[in-house]
Design a protein around this ligand. Sequence first.
Ligand code: FEO
Length: 399
Amino acid sequence: MSAFLPIKLSEHVWWVGAIDWTIRDFHGYTTKRGSTYNAYLIMADKITLVDTVKAPFKEELLARISALVDPKRIDYIVSNHSEMDHSGCLNDVIQVTRPEKVFASVMGCKALKEHFKIDAELTPVKDGDELSLGNLTLAFTETRMLHWPDSMFSYLKEEKFLFSQDAFGMHLATSERFIDEVPGPVVDYEAATYYANILLPYSPLILNLLDKVAKSGLPIDIIAPDHGPVWRKDLGRIVSLYRKWAEQKPANKAVVLYQTMWHSTEMMARAIEEGLREGGTDVKMMTIGPFHRSDVAYELLDAGALVAGSSTLNNNMLPAMADVLTYLKGLKPKNKIGAAFGSYGWSGESAGHVQEYLSAMKVDLVSEPLRAMYVPGEADLKRCFDLGRAISAKLAGVA
Ligand code: FEO
């Protein structure tokens, strides 16, 4: 008997993916609870595999399939997304299974050919196309740039079963295969962290997609993403959360992000924190080290303000600060107000450099960069406190 077994999700669909208990870095995003690479086998007249797994997990995938059916009996493979974690072993799986056809979006076919040098013929499907599996039907929806140009959803009509690739997923290694079997706070945290770190830049497209699906009236009973457990209850809640996160409406909450050399910038951050709290704003103090860049992205998801500061080192900000700001800039957060600050000894460039990042993120700046020389004195700390109050007052008007 195989050590790896498939798990039945519905009358015709089985989970045959892989669990990665140990991954802790997902291209820069810290995955504290590991991840899964989900693949699904539809036991229709035409046996169909939806997505594969990250290359090192190929044997786990094939073992789970083999416990259900000889992999050579697979007729079709559908690739919803050509990123390595879902298509890295596709070429090998094609060699083993020799399917009649392999389907992907038009951009997916191109990406798979170019990325993995796949020799097998690939069949492109377009938005709205349907594929008969004999007794069942798959329908395809292109979700271009959610989050790669090739991305698409597949929908098993007879079971109202949506294969949503990265959307609605989370990095969570768990033995449970359904969301409702996992503690709610873990689900909420991991779903939001995933959105903040993977999907945030594509928020306008997500709003369009949510509108398109709502307008179509498509009935959905199960959402099966490519990471984490499967949604089968209260689907409206996660869809509402996606809308909320995509809209990026600011809450009366500030992230004070800082990196300090000899505690002077930290003193400034604490005074800003006091001003923000005095003004009635919730504050999340985040110094880099205890907090990872992806923790900052999570907290920033609903924050209305980003206040960022660094000491000056060799005419620059501290390197860990540049790391986090570069990451945040790429995530394109919207609707933030904020300011830059930092201590220095003699040159003092850091606060200005931090402000350049905030400007690039279109943060609505409430002041010029706030600087303090050497150790901030009473007057410096009062300016920091007042900055916190000013941000809080402005935030109260929009949050
Ligand atoms: Fe999970 Fe975009 O790959």
